[in-house]
Design a protein around this ligand. Structure first.
Ligand code: FO1
Length: 338
């Protein structure tokens, strides 16, 4: 398989776990050097004064084979002594203080990444440069690119009074996702700072041989990337080369709150619902075998539909999915150029 690797320039629009697993499969069929992951940073947070970029780190740790496979985030063989020590201070935290947050788990080794990112930011380095350095420290050859160097913060609006706050109040994405385990109703999502976010690697996106929208949450992982100025416009121009993979299988998300979010925000939690969201920017949608019956409805939207196994339970399945993805995009763009 390695001898036959392609060296296409491929840009993958990426969120966390699903995207990371796809990228790991892609590395088996396409040269790492010509692969770029353009990664969501709307999930970024600052805790303990540390800059944390969960999706970037999930992609890097996964490609470095250092991820905790079961959790899908953080490092394998991790220890939690710093978190345990923090509990001492959480106990004495006065009302109104957010010091010593102990709901977001930072492993002892993982902390080193956040220390480094935070120190380099304080030295004035931008997010792309810092990410380059972190990826290089993990010996990665792929280009891992934060979607922008500007700060963007995804916030969700509470649909009703709940333990997180009153209806209409906004909380950060990580509070929603981790602190409240995405078990609260929301009525909108907003990307604070998006108007001033200059997208990174826009030229690469425009010139790529293949663009992949990874099987990530369309609202909070791919949504922030698309919401930056000029990104959707660029994708629309190269639509024939864009292939998306549905993160919804049999009506459900493989992981995370996508199903609930789609329903609450007026979309349909199905591969067809995903097709509607991507129809203007992606010529092809890859859906899972269990959703084969949706192919005619998806194609009636003017979107080519490819049916295959999308459950990336092993690197072999991920690489087969990556190969199918590349072939679909290449065939489609050839047909469009005839
Ligand atoms: N997810 C959790 O469900 N609980 C955690 O405590 C947690 C900590 C964490 C620390 C570092 C990191 O890079 C990711 C972490 N995640 C955790 C995952 C993360 O919140 C989500 O996977 C993404 O933001 C959604 O893509």
């Amino acid at each position: 398989m390695i001898a036959n690797k392609s060296s296409l320039s491929i840009v993958v629009l990426a969120g966390g776990v699903g995207a990371a697993r796809f990228l790991r499969g892609l590395a088996l069929v396409n040269e790492a050097k010509t692969t770029t992951a353009l990664v969501n940073t709307g999930d970024d947070t600052v805790l303990h004064g540390l800059n944390i970029s969960p999706d970037i780190d999930t992609v890097i740790y996964t490609l470095a084979n250092a991820i905790d496979g079961e959790r899908g985030w953080g490092l394998s063989n991790e220890s939690w002594r710093a978190m345990d020590a923090l509990k001492r201070y959480a106990k004495v935290r006065p009302a109104g203080s957010v010091a010593a947050p102990d709901w977001f788990n930072l492993g002892d080794q993982d902390l080193a990444t956040h220390f480094y990112r935070t120190s380099r930011r304080a030295e004035g380095a931008d997010a792309w440069q810092i990410t380059r350095e972190i990826a290089s420290a993990w010996s990665l050859e792929q280009q891992i690119v934060p979607m922008t160097n500007q700060d963007v913060a995804t916030v969700v609006e509470l649909a009703q009074d709940c333990p997180a706050g009153k209806a209409g109040e906004e909380i950060s994405f990580q509070e929603y996702f981790v602190k409240h385990k995405h078990q609260i109703a929301i009525r909108s999502v907003r990307f604070v700072g998006i108007e001033n976010a200059k997208p990174n690697a826009l030229d690469q996106l425009a010139d790529a041989d293949v663009i992949v929208i990874a099987p990530s949450n369309p609202i909070v992982s791919i949504g922030p990337i698309r919401a930056m100025p000029r990104v959707d416009e660029t994708l629309t121009k190269v639509r024939s080369k864009v292939v998306a993979i549905s993160p919804i299988v049999g009506g459900h998300a493989i992981k995370g709150p996508a199903e609930r979010m789609l329903n609450e925000l007026g979309h349909e939690s199905s591969a067809l619902g995903v097709a509607r969201m991507y129809a203007s920017i992606a010529a092809t949608l890859i859906i899972d075998n269990v959703d084969a019956h949706l192919k005619p409805a998806i194609e009636s939207l003017g979107v080519n539909c490819v049916v295959t196994n999308t459950i990336m339970s092993s690197p072999e399945v991920s690489s087969a999915l990556a190969q199918t993805t590349i072939s679909s995009a290449v065939n489609n763009s050839k047909a469009a150029n005839k």
